[in-house]
Design a protein around this ligand. Structure first.
Ligand SMILES: Cc1ncc(COP(=O)(O)O)c(C=O)c1O
Length: 374
């Protein structure tokens, strides 16, 4: 029989230096008592022993808390984990209950569908803006309660001037929510620019392996944090324990994965820009998402875009993103993205060897170009 060492009290609090994000990704969200495992276990429990009515949905579980502590440390706020990114987005709208919302036309189509439903139910009004037109966003902020920013935006990769938008929102008493899914906390920490809430589809880069669904909201202050927690409690969109465990494991390598994916993205962007079949490349200069237009300028050609997606062998034609593997998709085929260029392909760059990715992409572009000529 193995005996366990007697438990010792928690380590005395030692002031830590300010840690680099790479270090926080590795070290935040771990148990700290002597004898604890290095990782929070996968706590499969709904019910907790005690007299305070402790229950997973109301009190949380250690597995969720590990993830929340780590993502909160990376973003510079306090995080709450949800079942999906959409649950996290819904919780922000529930917590802030805007009467007037400013929303970018180019943003994740699921969030726009949610907002459209709320507008149809007469629960809010929406003002659509081009998030890269800062003057238009600033103007729309007057009289708004919440400004929703997705930067870089899905799928056009427009970038917002967040400090100016935040300043305008402050002047008009509006809250700012930033969907940071594409940038990840490695490339941007919007709370540090004055945003009130940050939303993540942790399904994407945070999880990083296309094997889970999870969402997170990070709040800048305690009042908003409590409102977001309350939104989870009453709406019940709690994460699974396994998903939270895996997502935290993803966080541990997020900076490393982003470093490799970004370096791959830079090489691919340069080569795509020089390719005769590519009309336009949209890349903000950071992150692992690249969109490009295939076919004649300015909007490319849908059938050429489809031919590229059909012809890739290593790249995966798939809708989700943020995994270790490179995925590619033509977005205008979705009714919710009907406004984007027909030939626009959105690529989530993975961590493979970049020459293998380029060889596959180049042959697929050649097949598509040849089919357009023939
Ligand atoms: C930018 C962005 N936000 C939110 C979501 C929704 O996340 P989930 O699919 O985890 O609900 C997505 C999903 O694609 C997304 O791309």
């Amino acid at each position: 029989m193995t005996t366990r060492a007697p438990r010792e009290p928690d380590l005395p609090p030692v002031p830590l230096p300010v840690l680099h994000p790479d270090t926080l990704a590795v070290s935040a969200g771990r148990p700290t008592a002597i004898g604890d495992p290095l990782n929070h276990p996968i706590v499969l429990a709904s019910n907790l022993r005690g007299e305070e009515g402790a229950y997973a949905r109301t009190h949380g579980l250690a597995t969720w808390e590990g993830l929340e502590d780590a993502v909160g440390a990376l973003e510079g706020g306090r995080a709450t984990a949800f079942s999906t990114g959409m649950a996290a987005a819904s919780a922000c709208l529930f917590a802030l209950a805007p009467r007037v919302l400013v929303l970018p036309t180019s943003s994740y189509l699921g969030v726009r569908a949610l907002v459209n439903d709320l507008v149809e139910q007469a629960r809010m009004l929406v003002r659509f803006v081009d998030v890269s037109d800062t003057a238009a966003v600033v103007e729309a902020t007057d009289g708004a309660d919440v400004v929703w920013v997705e930067t870089p935006a899905n799928p056009t990769l427009d970038v917002a001037d967040l400090p100016r938008i935040v300043a305008a929102a402050r002047r008009h008493g509006a809250r700012v929510v930033v969907d940071n899914t594409f940038a990840t906390p490695v490339c941007a920490q919007p709370l540090r620019d004055g945003a009130d809430l940050v939303v993540h589809s942790g399904t994407k880069f945070i999880g990083g392996h296309s094997d889970l669904m999870i969402g997170l909201v990070v709040a800048a202050d305690e009042v908003l944090f409590d409102r977001v927690r309350h939104a989870r409690l009453v709406n019940g969109a709690t994460p699974g324990a396994l998903e939270a465990f895996l997502a935290l494991r993803g966080v541990r390598t997020l900076p490393l994965r982003m470093e490799r994916a970004q370096s791959n993205a830079h090489v691919l962007v340069d080569r795509l820009r020089a390719h005769h079949a590519v009309a336009e490349v949209r890349y903000p200069g950071f992150g692992a998402m690249v969109s490009f237009v295939v076919g004649p300028p300015p909007v490319g050609d849908a059938s050429m875009g489809d031919a590229v997606c059909r012809s890739v062998r290593l790249l995966v034609p798939a809708t989700s993103l943020g995994g270790v593997e490179t995925t590619i998709e033509r977005r205008q085929k979705y009714a919710g993205d009907a406004h984007v260029a027909p030939g626009l392909l959105r690529m989530s760059v993975g961590i493979e060897h970049v020459e293998d990715v380029w060889a596959d992409l180049a042959q697929a572009l050649d097949v598509a170009a040849a089919s357009a000529c023939g």
